[in-house]
Write a protein that binds this ligand. Structure first.
Ligand SMILES: Nc1ncnc2c1ncn2[C@@H]1O[C@H](COP(=O)(O)OP(=O)(O)OP(=O)(O)O)[C@@H](O)[C@H]1O
Ligand SMILES: [Mg+2]
Length: 365
């Protein structure tokens, strides 16, 4: 891990062994102005969290901290105080790997307002669970220690995992804070874990709310694979800490989604109180999905036999039906300046089947 070289004068707390740190061979500096701008001497505004973290680690390196204690700025804002709100472990020492996040006043995120439960076809297990979560979000205190906290959605791509989380946000009228786990593996060491801590910090301020972690497998891979991916285990540890800490927060529920549950690390998997499988739709559900979406088509639809389409689309996901079959037929109708016909729908179905049967590498086998 990188260590911090002390540049300060005596008394700023330089505790690293300088003799063991290699001296810089070359250093290029660019004037960066005042990244921590004082707003009427009241509050330093942090415009670059990474820079602030470095600044903070340097000056408080070696300080023992616990919730409720104060840290005083000794450089830019002499004696300006920061109160420690949370720290893991509860009593610990600031070190070169401490993730330091400054609480930001956040504008309340609005609830997603476009999908409702009745637009989700099938997935009855998931619907039952989100109804419980909805009740919890409406009255978190009532649930106490029985609150739903961490729920895992898994199953094939395009089966409605994201859709149902959005519907929950709409129906419960609470914000959903989404994050893609793939975006947490960044360019900078520590960036992903800091993002996790900030996300939960923000959730606490916005509660009641939902945190939706998509593509969880990108970070929560089995430990055997984590080592291949740089700072992934650091991100996982940040997530575990936050998931464990949830009992202290009221009104925050984490929903995570993955297509590859079998690759998840058991330490992460065991944190979820429930794993809910999303299955591909059966024939009846496919018909319901087609009917629901045909209704909202802005292109005229001839009298088509959706039952037949449902019958010939076994193995298709909801996304395949909406994004591939219906959308492609719709585009065809726009091009031909006519209404959507049965032949167009069946053509799109054939095309999807062909794509599935003939993956690009097949010609070499
Ligand atoms: N059960 C469903 N009911 C209604 N529409 C569905 C359903 N499943 C999928 N769809 C349609 O497919 C689209 C994609 O679904 P969604 O994004 O929820 O899939 P997902 O399970 O999150 O997939 P991924 O694992 O790839 O993220 C939805 O916006 C919706 O139009
Ligand atoms: Mg999704």
């Amino acid at each position: 891990m990188r260590s911090i070289q002390k540049t300060g004068t005596k008394g700023t707390g330089g505790k690293l062994d300088r003799s063991r740190t290699t001296g810089a061979r070359y250093m290029l500096l660019r004037p960066a102005g005042y990244p921590l701008k004082s707003m009427f001497q009241e509050h330093p505004a942090v415009s670059d969290p990474r820079l602030f973290e470095r600044y903070a680690r340097e000056q408080w390196y070696g300080e023992v901290v616990k919730p409720g204690c104060y840290l005083f700025d000794r450089r830019l804002y002499p004696d300006f105080a920061f109160k420690v709100v949370r720290v893991y472990p509860r009593v610990s020492v600031v070190g070169s790997e401490t993730n330091i996040v400054v609480e930001q006043k956040v504008e309340k995120t609005k609830a997603v307002n476009d999908v409702r439960f009745d637009q989700v076809v099938g997935q009855n297990m998931a619907k039952r669970k989100v109804k419980v979560i909805e009740r919890f979000l409406q009255d978190p205190d009532k649930f106490g220690k029985w609150a739903p906290r961490n729920v895992l959605f898994y199953g094939a791509s395009g089966t409605g995992k994201t859709l149902i989380a959005r519907a929950l946000s709409t129906e419960a009228k609470v914000p959903m804070l989404p994050i893609k786990a793939t975006s947490l593996i960044g360019e900078f060491v520590g960036e992903g874990s800091r993002q996790i801590h900030s996300l939960y910090e923000r959730a606490e301020q916005e509660a009641p709310c939902i945190i939706f972690i998509d593509e969880l497998d990108a970070i929560a891979l089995d430990r055997r694979y984590q080592e291949l991916r740089g700072d992934v285990s650091e991100v996982v540890n940040a997530l575990l800490t936050e998931m464990d800490g949830l009992h202290m927060r009221s009104g925050v529920c984490t929903i995570a989604a993955t297509n590859k549950i079998e690759f998840l690390d058991s330490s992460i998997r065991s944190r979820f109180e429930e794993e809910i499988e999303f299955k591909l739709p059966n024939q009846e559900e496919r018909l319901a999905l087609l009917e629901l979406n045909v209704k909202t088509m802005p292109v005229p639809v001839e009298t088509v036999d959706l039952k037949k389409v449902a019958a010939i689309t076994e193995g298709f996901s909801g996304r395949d039906l909406v994004e591939k079959v219906l959308k492609v037929a719709r585009h065809q109708a726009i091009m031909d300046e006519c209404s959507i016909t049965q032949a167009m729908l069946e053509d799109s179905v054939k095309r999807v089947k062909k794509d599935v049967k003939e993956p690009p590498g097949e010609m070499f086998t």
